[in-house]
Design a protein around this ligand. Structure first.
Ligand code: DGL
Length: 268
């Protein structure tokens, strides 16, 4: 048993979709969340930059005495997870493998769509992982960068969201996919719009949910689950704009964000 907190990081508020699943599936765990709000987006940046930023986030969390790290950001998981696992001696869990495994499991016609940031799609991390499980799968990746801003502006159920989704997803509809991976932290918030556009025969895979499940399995396997009985503690750090984080983040979590602190990541 290990009662130290889990560290979670993302490029900003989007990773709260992963934290929300962790809160539900691991209700006994304390969590320290770091949102790199000063440097969002990661999705348009180079491999070198995403890796550098991710390593800084990891070092920051390590300074908080955590027992494991969840990289909630799809772009950072796609680009920096393997390097990070090689460089840090602590369990580090990303969102790609849990999401890809689920997609490979639920597809029937073996035609799978993946949507994410430009960085995630260009890295081919989801595509390669799914094809590694079943070589005969056809995986079509589409970058949908505008979705992040639509969600951050609270427009997830608007006509703008629907029109944007119709345009981005047209190609996936033509490929007759039966499974769609929501490969970006923000996309689970758009799931009703995405489901309306794709139709109810398409399974939507939420890597945030799958990652919380895998995190629980890994902590259990390594004897790192907490046995505390008191209310879990959640502490938030951001690199910029704590008030915006509090407002939008509270909506994503469906609960108030109480303890939040601004840190300067450059000092690490
Ligand atoms: N958190 C990022 C992801 O899941 C989306 C926002 C960004 O581009 O940083 O890929």
């Amino acid at each position: 048993m290990d009662n130290r907190p889990i560290g979670v990081f993302d490029s900003g508020i989007g990773g709260l979709t992963v934290l929300k699943e962790i809160m539900e599936q691991l209700p006994g765990e304390d969590v320290i969340y770091f949102g790199d709000t000063a440097r969002i987006p990661y999705g348009t940046r180079s491999k070198e930059t995403v890796t550098k930023y991710s390593f800084q986030c990891i070092k920051f969390l390590l300074s908080k005495k955590i027992k494991a790290i969840v990289i909630a950001c799809n772009t950072a998981s796609a680009i920096a997870l393997e390097e990070a696992q090689k460089n840090f001696d602590i369990p580090i869990i990303g969102v790609i493998t849990p999401g890809a495994n689920k997609a490979a499991l639920v597809t029937k016609n073996k035609r799978i769509g993946v949507i994410g940031t430009t960085g995630t799609i260009n890295s081919e991390a989801y595509q390669m992982r799914i094809r590694r499980i079943d070589k005969s799968s056809q995986v079509i990746g589409i970058a949908c960068p505008l979705f992040v801003q639509i969600v951050e502006d609270g427009w997830e159920d608007s006509d703008v969201a629907k029109l944007t989704a119709e345009k981005y997803l047209m190609e996936l509809k033509e490929h007759d996919i039966d499974t769609l991976v929501l490969g970006c932290t923000h996309y689970p918030i758009l799931r009703y719009t995405l489901s309306k556009v794709m139709g109810d025969k398409v399974n939507l895979v939420n890597p945030a949910f799958e990652t919380a499940k895998v995190t629980k399995e890994i902590l259990k396997e390594k004897g790192l689950l907490s046995d505390k009985l008191d209310k879990p503690k959640y502490k938030y750090y951001v690199s910029d704009a704590p008030e915006k984080f509090r407002r939008i983040g509270g909506n994503i979590l469906g609960k108030d964000i109480e303890t939040i602190e601004k840190v300067s990541i450059e000092n690490l």
